[in-house]
Design a protein around this ligand. Structure first.
Ligand code: ADP
Length: 396
């Protein structure tokens, strides 16, 4: 029998939801409640490709939105009756969660305890869990963590070279994020290579608004670019990635920034947006660069240069490479970013097939490398499907 899972992703101001068939990954219904707790709260969802738009009362909060969502879903009886479990995306699992977990009071307490390290995300995830448990009291609820895939990293990769007691007493270390996406595309790449994941050395690059890269040795993550928070590493839409750690103190002490202004600057005003002074949207940047805007071109050059450096570093540590994978909105769609990245890596045995590269976009997945190259894939990520499959696995 078909087993459907309600997958929930509660952000600080939105709830993404989908009903997923766990075996095939098909999603007959998916939607978004957005602008929660504002005057323009709304709910949009698509069922069998038909769009529905529901205006929510002013200041609808997460709990109220989930009640409306549950009510709407009930209207599609034949589907909602087949929901056997609810899967929750949880951003931070700290060191407690090395895999997904059936939610009970202890699990909720542990998620609460990691909230300090993900203050924008974990409280919203937890609020979503509590509300959904009220709406679906008889179904098992499972938490799937963004950080879990990276819990296999060795200590020399996840520790910062800071006093050791900061790790022991305050859990300060690299955690990594986007784990479900990296896991999904690594798995898909192994399938495409007709190998067990446990036999594959892979580099997976998730390039969306947030960007991260992972080194996967024999199927297990051994390093990743996002760190204690999702700010380190690659250049992102609005996030700076790697900078000299002294810069925040310089901004505060010499330029008069407040702590919250520095945080805002690094998280929301940097990256592609900060350099281009135009947009965080890679499509707009590519268009503007094409039209001769030099700052847009510089933003792209920096984005690509940082990516090339990380791929080079991970080729060094991952062992004989079986494949490189691009995913995320930019990784799946931008032939320009892929081409200009790989063109700087030909001396490391990577070469694109220009035609395949140009054609690969809009949710397609496949090989984009030249026959002489190590395999390079663009793979459409599907985090919801991973959540649905794990939910079935851990719901027992
Ligand atoms: P999120 O991290 O919010 O899930 P996505 O994975 O959807 O983001 O990626 C969003 C990014 O993908 C944006 O920068 C967008 O410009 C980029 N993108 C989407 N389509 C294309 C395209 N055809 N060419 C270049 N960039 C694209």
């Amino acid at each position: 029998m078909d087993q459907y899972v309600l997958v929930l992703n509660c952000g600080s101001s939105s709830i993404k939801f989908a009903i997923i068939e766990a075996k095939t990954g098909t999603a007959p219904l998916h939607g978004l409640a957005e602008n929660l707790c504002t005057a323009s709260s709304r709910l949009v969802f698509s069922y069998q490709h038909k769009e529905h738009d529901v205006k929510l009362p002013v200041n609808t909060d997460h709990q109220q939105a989930l009640v409306v969502i549950a009510k709407k879903l009930k209207q599609f009886k034949h589907l909602s009756q087949k929901i056997v479990a609810v899967g929750h995306r949880v951003v931070h699992g700290g060191e407690t969660f090395t895999h997904s977990s059936l939610i009970n009071d202890q699990v909720k307490q542990a998620i609460q305890q990691t909230s300090l390290m993900a203050p924008l995300h974990n409280p919203a995830n937890l609020a979503g869990i509590n509300s959904a448990q009220t709406s679906y009291p008889h179904l098992p609820h499972v938490a799937v963590f963004d950080t879990a895939f990276f819990q296999t990293m060795p200590k020399h990769a996840y520790l910062y070279a800071l006093p050791y007691e900061l790790y022991q007493q305050h859990n300060i270390r690299r955690y990594g994020f986007h784990g479900t996406s990296h896991y999904f595309v690594a798995h898909e790449a192994a399938n495409a290579l007709k190998k067990e994941l446990s036999a594959c050395n892979l580099i997976t690059a998730h390039l969306g608004n947030g960007c991260s890269i992972a080194a996967v040795r024999k199927g297990k993550a051994i390093d990743t670019s996002l760190g204690f928070t999702p700010l380190e590493g690659l250049v992102m839409g609005t996030r700076c990635g790697d900078i000299d750690p002294s810069l925040p103190t310089y901004l505060i002490e010499q330029l008069g920034y407040s702590v919250s202004e520095v945080s805002e600057l690094l998280n929301k005003k940097s990256g592609l947006l900060g350099i281009s002074e135009l947009s965080n949207d890679c499509r707009i940047i590519e268009q503007q660069a094409n039209d001769g805007n030099q700052q847009a071109q510089l933003a792209l050059d920096m984005f690509i240069y940082r990516l090339v450096k990380y791929i080079g570093a991970y080729i060094a540590v991952v062992g004989p490479l079986d494949a490189l994978v691009f995913t995320g909105g930019i990784g799946e769609n931008s032939a320009y970013v892929r081409e200009n990245t790989i063109n700087q890596l030909t001396h490391l045995g990577l070469q694109l097939d220009p035609d395949k590269n140009l054609q690969m976009r809009f949710g397609q997945s496949g090989l984009i490398s030249h026959t002489h190259s190590k395999p390079i894939f663009a793979i459409a990520t599907n985090e919801e499907w991973v959540i649905a499959k794990d939910t079935i696995k851990y719901a027992q």
